[in-house]
Design a protein around this ligand. Sequence first.
Ligand code: AMP
Ligand code: ZN
Length: 136
Amino acid sequence: MNDCVFCKIVRGEIPAAVVLQDELTLVFMDIGSVNPGHMLVAAKPHVENLQGMDGELAGAMFRSAARAARAIEAVFRPAGISVYQANGAAAGQTVFHAHIHVLPRWENDGLTFTWPVKHPSREELEKVAALLRAAL
Ligand code: AMP
Ligand code: ZN
């Protein structure tokens, strides 16, 4: 993709503070870091979102996320680590090239996330599970 910002980083056309890379992933510092140590695990091939990843790429992405998390643990000894991955504008995605955020967390660090629980019935859960199983 010619004007995709993360494709440009993967091709080395714009700078990034790279932490690690392998055949399928590139991990670099987020310019909009929420906390020091905030990294992005980006797919090397241009895929827009999680749905676009085959099993090999999905596995490589999470392997790199786990390596990034261990590096955060070693360097920052944080109170916690968050992993965040957005698919689609409604989910908060702003760069439409698949990536996973991995970042250190601290008590009261200002990052908030609302989780509007609905408590569906067991019957409703089973109905939706059946629909999803049929779509696999
Ligand atoms: P998302 O909202 O999940 O799509 O997140 C996109 C992230 O990419 C944001 O946190 C941005 O700060 C980050 N970002 C955008 N452009 C760059 C860049 N050139 N280098 C590093 N991070 C970037
Ligand atoms: Zn791209």
